[in-house]
Design a protein around this ligand. Structure first.
Ligand SMILES: NC(=O)c1ccc[n+]([C@@H]2O[C@H](COP(=O)([O-])OP(=O)(O)OC[C@H]3O[C@@H](n4cnc5c(N)ncnc54)[C@H](OP(=O)(O)O)[C@@H]3O)[C@@H](O)[C@H]2O)c1
Length: 280
């Protein structure tokens, strides 16, 4: 099992990212980042809308690891779509994180047809700003989040740079096979958000049986399963022993029979957030 995935621009991305959604800003965020770095994570998944980039940035600054050994992602929130507002929002994020570049910047959600008659143009204008920021060296890679194949197809019509990453909901019981296949075909790395289904898949009887067999926790099974499916998981925790546990997944392998069993689980832990119908 490789500790990195390779992006379509040749850059290596650490194969597990540390999630920060719902992590309170301030001491909690600082301590979570420090615990993650101590446990071995080198990849942090932030976003402006999580309202904790100041604390996340403090944690990064104080962690004792050189900046170039870390991989830091943030995301452009929905209210900031468009060319000029993307440039501005990016500067705010960089400021909050106290960084002078990002490793990866994502469009958090696509503008969708239900909300915007000009959704294609809006996404393309946002993307044009992201391409400019990458060309200026302020971001090493750019990507999307929650884009379904039709959103990506429309974006690719005008894009100069193909997204390096698409970050989507992915956990046992919710595998978005069509979107994953589209991304893999187009050499776009898929990152899995809510890899533990926000904790909701952890009491599933099938997963518990499999976890017991490997002497691992269900959380570790979910993370390892994503990796073996070549999906980059982004587990979140603010609890030090869980942060550590979620990174201890490189010393075992799930058999192909058990992979098939997990792949076939249906309808557990789904958020219900459909990129075509969300109203935020
Ligand atoms: N792009 C997007 O639209 C999007 C959407 C959602 C999430 N994300 C990203 O993906 C990350 C992960 O998703 P998520 O935060 O929704 O959920 P998640 O990682 O699936 O689950 C997090 C929940 O599980 C608990 N947990 C973590 N490790 C555990 C363990 N070993 N045993 C038992 N419980 C455990 C956490 O509790 P404690 O923290 O209390 O330990 C928390 O309640 C986010 O933080 C964010 O970075 C992106």
């Amino acid at each position: 099992m490789n500790n990195f995935f390779k992006l379509n621009n040749g850059i290596n991305i650490p194969s597990i990212g540390f999630g920060t959604w719902q992590t309170p800003d301030g001491e909690t965020a600082i301590n979570a980042i420090k615990a993650a770095i101590e446990s071995g994570y080198r990849h942090i998944d932030a976003a402006a809308v999580y309202k904790n980039e100041v604390g996340v940035g403090e944690g990064i600054k104080g962690c004792g690891i050189p900046r170039e050994e870390l991989f830091v992602t943030s995301k452009l929130w929905n209210t900031e779509r468009g060319y000029e507002s993307t440039l501005k929002a990016f500067e705010q994020t960089l400021n909050d994180l106290q960084l002078d570049y990002l490793d990866l910047y994502l469009i958090h959600w696509p503008a969708n047809a239900q909300q915007f008659s000009n959704w294609k143009d809006l996404n393309s204008e946002t993307w044009r700003a992201m391409e400019k920021l990458q060309s200026e060296g302020k971001i090493r890679s750019i990507g999307t989040s929650n884009f379904l194949p039709h959103h990506l197809e429309a974006l690719l019509e005008k894009a100069t740079i193909t997204p390096a990453v698409n970050q989507i909901e992915y956990h046992p019981g919710f595998t978005q096979d069509e979107c994953v296949a589209f991304c893999k075909k187009n050499n776009i790395v898929v990152q899995g958000w809510s890899p533990l289904g926000r904790g909701e898949v952890l009491d599933n009887a099938t997963l518990i049986t499999i976890a017991n067999k490997y002497n691992k926790s269900v959380a570790q099974i979910c993370i390892r399963w994503a990796l073996q499916n070549e999906i980059l998981p982004l587990p979140k925790s603010i609890t030090p022993h869980r942060i550590k546990e979620n990174f201890e997944v490189f010393d075992f392998e799930i058999s192909s029979d058990d992979m098939t069993t997990i792949n076939q689980l249906k309808n557990i832990g789904e958020s219900g957030l459909n990129p075509d119908t969300v109203t935020f």
